[in-house]
Design a protein around this ligand. Structure first.
Ligand code: BGC
Length: 356
């Protein structure tokens, strides 16, 4: 029922980094003004409190590592092929930071911004309203863009992320959050025994640089099928070129959008349900976005240390990044990620825990 503010550290450029703690009914969210990053997410269960989102103990580690732990991703989540796209016949070239492609907004994405924060507590929720302004041609993207992200912690063990934006000229936009979930509280340093259900009958296959080929492929009968709950690891080593390219699951799923969830005057759709191996904790994700990037930390390095001196491990956690499909600006058949001049961009994703 309150928001507490504590000092977290300083960036290399000596900006002060604060952590805002939102606490309600057995859930504590710790959010940094650096990258609008979720630093921690403590959930009470019958077996004790679990911190289910990965992260680091210091600002320096957030600055130095490339895993986007808990971060707000923008302007465009995931990859843009060779960092090139065009709008109405004008070509744009982005900062390249992932092989030959542009990933998660470029060299200085929104995960590296210091956000301005306003706190607001209401009877049934606590809110953190975070804003930045990204200048015209930031990382190569056109349009001066004002972004507002609102983290809302509700009474029912759920939190939402609301994204709003407005640009002064036509641009492309695809905002998401890059939290790595492990519902054992990182007691088990692999996520393969977690159970996962995806409300997704199709996914977008990729080439060897993880750029979508443009195909929308049914998951039925393949290792990608999570329409019935199964463990994350059951088929991860199956012989499948798509799994080989990504070293496991790192793919955009097309959300079926058949099962509605009403949330504060918006209609969302069931997207994913994740359950800890001991069944003590579940997480349900719902969104109004068309896709979700399911990434099980195939590229996490073993040599990095997480919060609380826990070693980070390959495949120790899973990201469920609700978003537009990767490389959308280069695939006119994908749901559009254009934002017109003056148009109001608005999207919401809800994360709801059930603890037993
Ligand atoms: C991408 C991965 C990438 C990771 C970076 C995910 O969203 O799908 O390919 O390695 O972000 O942390």
């Amino acid at each position: 029922m309150s928001i507490e503010k504590i000092t977290f550290g300083k960036t290399k450029e000596t900006d002060e980094v604060l952590e805002y703690l939102l606490k309600r009914n057995g859930v504590t969210l710790g959010i940094l003004n650096y990258g609008a990053t979720i630093h921690k997410c403590l959930v009470e269960t019958s077996k004790g409190v679990r911190d289910v989102i990965g992260g680091y103990d210091t600002v320096k580690e957030y600055e130095d590592n490339d895993g986007y732990q808990g971060a707000l991703i923008g302007r465009v989540g995931n990859r843009i092929c060779r960092g090139k796209f065009s709008i109405d016949g004008v070509d744009y070239t982005l900062a390249i930071n992932n092989g030959e492609n542009s990933l998660h907004g470029g060299l200085k994405g929104f995960d590296k911004y210091i956000w301005t924060v306003t706190e607001n507590s209401e009877a049934d929720c606590d809110k953190l309203i975070m804003t930045i302004t990204s200048p015209h041609m930031d990382q190569g993207y056109p349009g001066k863009l004002k972004v507002t992200v609102t983290y809302t912690l509700n009474d029912d063990k759920s939190f939402s992320i609301g994204y709003e934006a407005e640009s002064d000229r036509k641009t492309v936009l695809n905002l998401t959050n890059h939290s790595y979930f492990n519902l054992t509280g990182f007691e088990e340093l692999n996520v393969l025994d977690h159970k996962l259900k995806l409300y997704c009958s199709n996914f977008t296959p990729v080439d060897h640089t993880l750029i979508p080929t443009g195909e929308i492929r049914p998951v039925k009968g393949t290792a990608f099928d999570f329409t019935e709950e199964k463990t994350v690891g059951r088929d991860i080593e199956a012989k499948d070129l798509q799994l080989e390219y990504a070293g496991g699951y790192d793919h955009n799923y097309v959300i079926d959008r058949t099962q509605e969830v009403s949330y504060r005057n918006t209609t969302l759709f069931k997207t994913a349900a994740l359950t800890s191996p001991d069944d003590v904790l579940s997480l349900e994700v719902a969104t109004d976005q068309p896709g979700v990037q399911v990434y099980c930390g195939n590229f996490l390095h073993d040599d990095i240390v997480f919060k609380g001196s826990k070693p980070q491990r390959r495949r120790s956690a899973i990201c469920l990044e609700t978003q537009h499909y990767p490389d959308t600006p280069n695939h006119p058949q994908f749901p559009s990620a254009y934002l017109d001049k003056g148009e109001r961009f608005k999207t919401t994703t809800l994360f709801k825990f059930t603890s037993r």
